[in-house]
Structure formats: C-alpha cells, structure tokens
Design a protein around this ligand. Structure first.
Ligand SMILES: Nc1ncnc2c1ncn2[C@@H]1O[C@H](COP(=O)(O)OP(=O)(O)OP(=O)(O)O)[C@@H](O)[C@H]1O
Ligand SMILES: [Mg+2]
Length: 364
C-alpha cells in the first residue's frame, strides 16, 4: 500500500506519477491493494479540490481492445459508439480529449496480460505512447499481471515505458494470512461462534502451501459452512481439516472430469491394474484393450508417454524414471488417486462410464 501510494502521490501536487507494473501470483492482494490505494487517493483528491480521474479496468472482463478503450473513454467523459470505429481512431480521440481538457488520469489495467496475450501490445503501445506525449494533462498507467512471463510478450518500447516502476507482490506468509483471516472471521461470524485456533489453522495451512489469500478465505468459508451444516455452534479445527479434504477432493474431481478421453483411459488402466510400479509398456496393453471397449483407435506409445507426463503435472499420477544400469531406463508410473475416487468421477461419464462398472479382469 505504501509503495504504490508513494509512487502515485505526485498526483496530489498535480504532477504526473510514473507508470507502474505490478506482478505477483494469484491471490497475493494485487487487485485489493491497488483498488484500496486508488480509492484513498481519490478521496484525498476530492477533499482537497484536486481535479483527477481514477479509472479501474479489468481487461479480461472488458474482453476486447475496443471495449477496453470504450470503457476508459466513458469513464473519462467522452462517449464512444459501441462499435464502428477503428481502435486507433478511439485511442486518438481519447488522447485528444485528455489533452484539450488537461485531464489528470490514473488508469489501472488489471489482468493486463490477457490484453497482451489476446491482441498483442498495440493498444498498450498507444496508451503508453499517450502517457509519454500528453501535455497538458497526463495519463499514468498501473498495469497488473499474475503471469510472470507477461513481460516477454511486450515489445521493448512498451515494456520500458510501462515498467517505469515495478512492484512484486510475494505470496502471503502464514502470519499475514492470520491477520487477514482474523478480520474476515470477525465480520463473517457471530462472536463466540469460532475458535481462534480454527482461524489460525486456516492461515497456517494456506501460508505453508500457497500464500494465496483468496484460497485461505475460501478455506475459512467452507469450514464455516461445514460447521453450520453439522449443526455445530462453534467453528473448530476439525471443521477446517474436513474443509481442506473437501477442497482437495473437489479439485481432483474437477481435474478428472475435464481430462481428454485418452487420458481418462490411461488413468483407468493404471488404477485398475493392481501391480505396483507399472511401466509405460504394460499400461499400453491395458489401455489398448480399453480403447477397443470404447470403439476407438489407441494412440501411439509416444503420445501416451506425453499424456502420462501431463497427468504427472496434474498430480494424478507419479511418473519416475528408474535406472536399471546396463538394462536401460524405464518410467515407473503409480496412480495418486484411489479406484474409489476414479469411480465416483467417471461412473456417469458418457464415454468411459460403462468401463468403470466392469470388474477389473473384464475391463483390462
Ligand atoms: N491484504 C489483504 N487484506 C485483506 N484481504 C485481502 C488482502 N489481500 C488479499 N485479500 C483478499 O484476498 C482475495 C484475493 O485478493 P486479490 O483479488 O487482490 O488477489 P490478486 O493478487 O489480484 O489475484 P489475481 O492475480 O488472481 O487477480 C480478495 O478477496 C481480497 O479481498
Ligand atoms: Mg486480481
């Protein structure tokens, strides 16, 4: 809050603040903190009679370059038709409007990586160019991204203008999450309906796993819902542990149901195979039989090996290369989910549901 506030504070002396690029993983408070600073600055400007405009725009929400520009334009007091003009025409009008009215604008472009990934950096080029050229008046840009590789998609000129200042938001520590969650608990729950230990456990678990405040708040909320559903009058540590399990299970089921068909079949072949440490070769036979049962052509072993690597990345299997010295190396694959979980996720699946209902010997 202090760093962003300091960088933007020249607006209080009617000078142009530097552009800022803000980075950090998801849930580290980038949006919340930036909006907080903007709102405080806006209040101070109003109270002291400083004429300034603050525009917040999430480029993923606005969707296209045109709509992003139209949103900025309407927030700064010029009307732009819904469609019909070229993007460069709108950005030219916006620039002219800021100049002729000597407007002082701080523009927050949240999820700016979306804009650059979908449409290239031409709009950002126009905006940063305006930011450098407009006089009188100014346009300062605060770009926010949770994609750390986003910079690579920008041209050198856009990058150097946009990142006059850079701020990185690190993941929250358990202690920081504790403060955030204690405040949330106070406003979410009735007094004496939760234990401090339960809130602190949410913070400790989230801090050590990801440092994501959104997921930490979610964990607390789900724990509260579980306690409520159980008819308990007090949120305790046991509810947090159940909530954590539920979140993990939900995440796994979502990962499972959205897998491509062949990946589902590989997982079924692996999980139904009772031998330990299956190799790619031995799964392939099981997998081919399952393909036959589904009436589809099996993929090549190379493609299967690629899918196994993807399943490994998702944490659904563990694939390790084992070295047999002069007998070569082979990939040993172990499923990380139980047959029960898999059955629950796939039993109603239109393409593989019927295989799940067969006994092991018939399925493989
Ligand atoms: N310092 C904080 N104090 C209170 N609540 C916070 C704080 N930081 C984050 N939060 C809360 O955590 C959630 C996620 O924060 P936020 O939306 O700012 O993350 P983000 O870094 O913008 O994530 P993303 O990259 O996914 O957009 C929000 O509900 C927000 O209110
Ligand atoms: Mg955000």
């Amino acid at each position: 809050v202090k760093s962003i506030g300091e960088i933007l504070s020249p607006i209080l002396h009617l000078s142009k603040p530097s552009n800022i690029l803000i980075y950090g993983k998801t849930g580290t408070g980038k949006t919340a903190v930036t909006r907080h600073v903007i709102s405080r600055l806006s209040t101070t400007c109003n109270a002291t009679g400083i004429n300034a405009t603050f525009v917040y725009c999430n480029t993923r929400m606005t969707g296209t370059e045109y709509r992003t520009l139209a949103e900025i334009a309407s927030n700064t007091g010029i009307a732009v038709p819904f469609t019909g003009l070229a993007v460069s025409e709108v950005s030219g009008r916006l620039q002219q409007h800021i100049k002729s009215n000597a407007l002082r604008i701080i523009l927050v472009l949240d999820e700016i990586d979306y804009l650059a990934a979908s449409f290239g950096d031409s709009l950002l080029y126009d905006l940063t160019n305006s930011s450098a050229l407009i006089n009188p008046g100014f346009l300062s840009i605060v770009g926010i991204s949770n994609d750390l590789k986003f910079k690579e998609s920008l041209g050198a000129r856009v990058l150097s203008r946009l990142s006059e200042e850079e701020i990185v938001f690190p993941p929250y520590s358990a202690t920081e999450l504790q403060t955030i969650l204690q405040e949330r608990a106070k406003s979410a729950f009735k007094p004496n309906s939760y234990t401090e230990a339960a809130v602190n456990l949410c913070a400790a678990l989230s801090g050590s796993e990801h440092g994501d405040a959104r997921r930490a708040v979610d964990l607390l909320r789900i724990a509260g819902e579980i306690a409520e559903r159980e008819g308990s009058t007090n949120l305790e540590e046991k509810h947090v542990r159940i909530a954590l399990q539920k979140i993990d299970q939900d995440r796994i089921s979502e990962a499972l149901t959205t897998l491509p068909l062949h990946a589902k079949l590989i997982l079924i072949a692996l999980t139904k195979d009772q031998t330990e440490n299956t190799s790619t070769g031995s799964i392939y036979n099981h997998y081919s039989t399952l393909c036959q049962a589904c009436g589809i052509e099996p993929l090549t072993t190379r493609r299967i090996s690629g899918l196994v690597t993807e399943l490994d990345t998702l944490g659904l299997v563990s694939a390790k290369l084992v070295n047999y010295g002069r007998y070569g190396r082979t990939k040993k694959i172990t499923p990380q989910i139980t047959i029960h979980t898999l059955t629950q996720a796939f039993q109603d699946d239109s393409s593989v549901g019927h295989i799940m209902k067969q006994p092991i010997s018939q399925a493989c």
